[in-house]
Design a protein around this ligand. Structure first.
Ligand code: SAM
Length: 317
């Protein structure tokens, strides 16, 4: 995510379910006199909410240079108790413990922005015993995709467009995952819980998420759709799933290269795992579906051998 781009910040702030949800959560948790850490402050919006809720001091950190804007907005709006730190959360040195840590660093799959590890380190270092983290809990959910249209769209190269044989790459579009907004009719019920992360206690971000899903009807399955539900407080839940109200987050779709025909009441075991490549630039995903008789294994590395390796400039031999 390019967090130095004003458009990205506008999209996030204009997502009222997200931003008002955080505001309500901050008003519930931050008490007059609280000390607060805003990890990944962006425009500073969550720091401003915390200051308005009565925080004595707010420490706001962000590694993006956009934090200059946050500081300018803080001054413009007359906040005098927000201290800004430009830099990675891992390198932050605070003069004291805090009562509350607030953060919104979730990608479509929650953990795919790779910031939760730093949040956990900050919590261990700076959250006072009994202090609160917003969000307190994140759950990963998944459902099967039952819509053929997405599958057909991904089969483009199989149609031999312009009379060219693209069979070398025709399956590549299926070995890719991406964020899309799905409609309720595109997913099969029920959804499956793939794992929960308690942000007050978890020390290491899980790299693998699994669940089971028993489809109610006989179906053709075209892939997995996954999203997250964040419990900002015990009372405030932010659901980014296809059945919930629209937020700026998309669901992640993980296609299957061949549709899987599933009888009613078959149990499917789903696994989605992710890791960062060695340079920390790409997220490497794997997704598996096990219907009891076969395990379909997919990943997004298929094109990597072709496009990631160095290629000398000049005529190809
Ligand atoms: C999704 S934005 C949220 C911004 C703001 N809190 C809001 O709610 O509108 C996440 C922010 O976290 C920052 N960030 C992510 N990882 C970070 C890290 N390890 N250290 C410091 N800032 C980080 C990004 O630069 C980005 O500005």
């Amino acid at each position: 995510m390019p967090f130095d781009d004003i458009h990205v910040h506008q999209v996030m702030l204009a997502d009222e379910l997200r931003t008002r949800g955080y505001k309500t959560a901050i008003n519930e948790i931050v008490q007059p006199g609280s000390t607060v850490l805003d990890f990944g402050c962006g425009t500073g919006i969550l720091s401003f909410f915390a200051a308005r809720a009565g925080a004595k001091i707010v420490y706001a950190v962000d590694k993006s240079r956009f934090i200059r804007v946050a500081k300018a907005l803080s001054e413009k709006n007359g906040f005098s108790n927000i201290v800004f730190f430009h830099g990675d959360g891992d390198e932050l040195n605070l003069p004291e413990e805090v009562d509350v840590i607030v953060s919104e660093c979730m990608g479509n799959f929650a953990v795919d922005e790779w910031s939760l590890g730093s949040l956990f380190s900050l919590r261990e270092k700076y959250l006072r015993t009994g202090g609160k983290v917003i969000p307190g809990r994140i759950s990963i959910r998944a459902a099967m995709i039952g819509d053929k249209e997405i599958h057909n769209e991904l089969s483009y190269f199989k149609t031999k467009p312009y009379g060219i044989d693209f069979s070398t790459i025709e399956d590549w579009p299926y070995y890719r995952c991406e964020g899309r907004r799905l409609t309720p009719s595109q997913v099969l019920s029920p959804a499956s819980n793939m794992g929960d992360i308690d942000l007050h206690t978890c020390r290491e971000v899980p790299g693998s998420y699994s669940g089971t899903c028993e489809l109610e009807k006989e179906s053709d399955v075209y892939g997995i759709c996954a999203w997250f539900v964040a419990r900002l407080t015990d009372n405030i839940v932010l659901d980014t799933g296809p059945l919930a109200l629209k937020t700026h987050w998309n669901q992640m779709i993980f296609p299957l290269v061949e549709p899987l025909h599933v009888a009613a009441n078959t149990q499917l075991k789903l696994t989605i795992s992710l890791e960062r490549d060695k340079k920390g630039k790409q997220t490497l995903w794997r997704w598996f579906v096990d219907d009891g008789s076969q395990v379909i294994k997919m990943d997004n590395f298929v094109s990597a051998a072709w496009v990631m390796r160095d290629l000398p400039i000049g005529e190809l031999t």
